[in-house]
Design a protein around this ligand. Structure first.
Ligand SMILES: C[S@@+](CC[C@H](N)C(=O)[O-])C[C@H]1O[C@@H](n2cnc3c(N)ncnc32)[C@H](O)[C@@H]1O
Length: 188
């Protein structure tokens, strides 16, 4: 089922987590005994279904209508135990009901990562983790890209510094996926 969705994503240019990134995410879920996940950025539901296949309950927020409709269809077919709950909304403005999560996976608009982090960290359990993908952003170099992408690269760097300096979290960076961070709340 996951390989079908991956093929669909590749053929239709839908960005989804890469295979080693997913393996890394799965190892984190096992290591930290994650049961309940909040995901920002559903796309077609690939990573949400992958996490559900490990037994997690997943609340996932998607802003784009076309993606949300595709994800809904995929969930109808593959989410047989109703573990994934899709929220069609802009995560920056969403103010509906949420739970408290063992893990928050941020995989949406790269320029907004700090805002997502600051908005959703209140929904994290005391020893929960926040995972972000795409922090290497395809290893693009500022000297080889246009102005818009340069700005995005700067924002990603600013976000990484924000994570390093955040007094409530201890963050480690990994090369898996497209560059991932794992932030764990420090013990008080
Ligand atoms: C990289 S894709 C997510 C891939 C998915 N996590 C996976 O690996 O299968 C990013 C998604 O985030 C969505 N997105 C971007 N900004 C968003 C926002 N503010 N709120 C919710 N979703 C957003 C995009 O529409 C896109 O579908």
């Amino acid at each position: 089922m996951l390989s079908l969705l991956r093929t669909y994503a590749t053929e239709n240019h839908v960005p989804i987590i890469c295979e080693d990134g997913l393996l890394f995410l799965e190892s984190l879920i096992k290591l930290h005994k994650v049961k309940h996940v909040l995901e920002i950025g559903t796309a077609i539901g690939y990573s949400a279904l992958a996490m559900a296949s490990l037994g997690c309950k997943v609340d996932t927020i998607e802003k784009n209508l076309e993606m949300a409709e595709l994800a809904k269809k995929n969930l109808e077919v593959y989410d047989l135990n109703h573990q994934v709950s899709l929220i069609h909304s802009d995560a920056l403005t969403y103010d509906g009901k949420l739970q408290v999560y063992d893990m928050i996976f941020i995989d949406a608009a790269k320029a907004q990562y700090q805002r997502f982090f600051e908005k959703y960290m209140q929904y994290l359990k005391p020893r929960g983790i926040i995972v972000c993908d795409n922090l290497r952003f395809h290893d693009l170099k500022p000297e080889n890209v246009n102005r818009h992408t340069k700005q995005l690269l700067r924002k990603i760097e600013t976000f990484k510094n924000f994570l390093i300096e955040h007094h409530e979290f201890e963050t480690k960076f990994y090369n898996q996926g497209d560059g991932m961070s794992v932030s764990i709340r420090k013990l008080k």
